[in-house]
Write a protein that binds this ligand. Structure first.
Ligand code: ACO
Ligand code: LMR
Length: 264
């Protein structure tokens, strides 16, 4: 198709100029009539194409499983403190979202990048993990504050079960599992976490669906689309935490001073 990019300052895939709004060319009536879901809408708006049902179902499962993980995690804590300071919904939400990053929820893209690079270069888990250690980089997608080898993350198990049952290939995920086997032999907290599970499985989705060229997969991984799944999912939980604090009329939060070590 002709490249009009130099004529149009905005390139969009949502059309609202005709009689009916379209997402990537699919009219909203068709989305509703076909009984499509939020996974399909994400496919259209993020990936610019309709994906097979097992892919959109996988996207929806990621969103459902990452929607919340209780009040004690970084994002929920920030949201709760902000709501209790009397701030509005948007301020409370973004306060929590701003904690999403390389340590918390935002390791999906780097997990995909590093697992893909290591698998494609044929590195053994030993070579990969020890190579990262030499570079002083923690393996993204590995490690958790409370999950352990003998207390696995149910979300990871559910994602793996769905993919093993529905995906044509789970080679990247199986590689991540081999990496986990090696890291668990070093320390019991070095499990494959939910970011690592989604990062590796999304590589399998992109490569196995036959819907993306190699160049498109590289671009998606390089740009970093996948943290968006956690941001979107966790917004659901953070909004819930904001409403909880407002409904329960919780007062201004002040952290117990006993927790603080005062040093000179
Ligand atoms: N790769 C290699 N070694 C690790 C890793 C890792 N990913 N995580 C921990 N270790 C080792 C290190 O030796 C660390 O010692 P160091 O501080 O000298 O580097 C030791 O384990 C102890 O680590 P802690 O700091 O006690 O681990 P903590 O419980 O604080 O960290 C965390 C948990 C932040 C998740 C960590 O494992 C990490 O950085 N993982 C990579 C990032 C990641 O995947 N984050 C997403 C988590 S899931 C989520 O947020 C939804
Ligand atoms: C989460 O989903 O918030 C986490 O896995 C982080 C945590 O510490 O539980």
């Amino acid at each position: 198709s002709p490249d009009f990019s130099q004529f149009f300052p905005f390139q969009i895939s949502t059309s609202s100029s005709g009689e009916e709004p379209c997402y990537a060319g699919v009219p909203m009536s068709s989305i509703v009539e076909q009984g499509l879901g939020v996974g399909d809408v994400i496919s259209l708006l993020w990936f610019k194409r309709s994906l097979p049902r097992y892919c959109t179902k996988f996207i929806e499962i990621c969103i459902m499983l990452c929607a919340d993980h209780g009040p004690c995690v970084s994002g929920a804590h920030n949201t709760i403190v902000t709501a209790r300071a009397g701030k509005d919904l948007v301020s409370s939400l973004v306060s929590g979202l701003l904690t999403i990053g390389p340590r918390f929820g935002g390791a999906i893209d780097d997990a995909a990048r590093f697992f893909k690079d290591a698998y494609d270069r044929g590195l053994t888990p030993y070579e990969f993990v020890e190579g990262m250690k030499k570079k002083g980089i923690r393996v993204p997608g590995i490690g958790h504050r409370i999950k352990r080898g003998d207390n696995r993350d149910k979300r990871v198990e559910l994602l793996q079960l769905f993919a093993r049952t529905n995906f044509p290939s789970v080679k990247y995920m199986e590689y991540a599992v081999q990496v986990e086997t090696y890291t668990l032999s070093k320390a019991n907290n070095l499990v494959l976490n939910v970011d690592g599970a989604i990062g590796s499985l999304f590589l399998d989705l992109l490569a196995g669906s036959g819907m993306f060229t190699k160049q498109e997969i590289d671009e998606i991984v390089e740009i970093g689309y996948l943290n968006g799944l956690f941001v979107l999912a966790r917004s659901i939980g953070l909004i819930g935490h904001t409403f909880d604090q407002k409904r329960l009329k919780q007062p201004l939060y002040r952290h117990p001073w006993e927790d603080v070590l005062y040093t000179k």
